[in-house]
Design a protein around this ligand. Sequence first.
Ligand SMILES: [Zn+2]
Length: 332
Amino acid sequence: MTHFFAPVGSQDDFEEIGKLAPDSVSRLRIFEGETIEVSLWGGVGLRVTATPESSGCGIWISELPKAGDIRKFSVQGKRAGKWRIQTGDGGFFIENLSVGMDVIVESSRASQFASNIKLSPNGMSITNRRKWLTDVEAAMKKVKNNPVGLIVLNNLKKDVLIKPDTVDTTCNASASPGITIVITFVDASIDFTPSLCIGANPGNAPDEILVHEFIHQVEDNFSDYKNAPNGVTSAPMEFGDPNNSKYGCPDFMTLTITNVYSSMAGRKLRKDHVLYSELPDVYKNDAQKYFLEFQLNFISLQKRRNAIYGQLKLATAPWNPFRDPPPPPASP
Ligand SMILES: [Zn+2]
């Protein structure tokens, strides 16, 4: 019996395995622009076409050199949609001899851990794409399993597109409103390459970087925090670019909430937005002091995003400046 099967190393891209033979595959999932190899067993002499056979088809197939009786094809995803590869002898009883495979071409794929977070590795090589998807999903899993990460995800009410960062060569990520939907704020994109973020320093593990960018999105890139709003500088802290007042300080809450997340994960706390250096002891050991010295920034968030503020107050993270100050000790 004729059947398609996956070349070695490509099994993860195929679905519906084993319907016709132990190694048969009946569905392929690829991204727009990708080319993947597919093998055909028992199909000598058959016609193999992409359907519909018209310019409307979103896949392109071409035959590669055979390996013995095994025929090989390259399949390129041209356009998002559900398409089909069909075999047959071209004769009247085509149904008796034919076997087909569905090809799903995607422009992005929803994360397994949040349906509004879409992953779009378009333009990467297949090997890099597989690793990128695995790495991003591993970070997403950590975010969702962390109670503070879950609070952030639950307050992220828009669709977010995560794409590979094609610019940076060190750990970085940026979040920006989507170009076509700036006005409605229903979509946003994050450029991100987790393999550059190795977690050696405070705040630069892949899941911490994602949480940081998600908070930017929850706040619609609010940027008017103050470095030391009360004029108190126990330790110099830079939450934005002090030389570019146009953009204000967008990173007080991304750093603060990510630190609550990191403390829940047992990781070190990050000082400010300049480097991945550690929060000074004076704040690390006294979250309430941090709260009091930057109180105006906390009030700012409470006014704009009361829901997430209230949920963070209840988080049981070891370091949590959102929590109410402890009651004074009872008098003897
Ligand atoms: Zn930031």
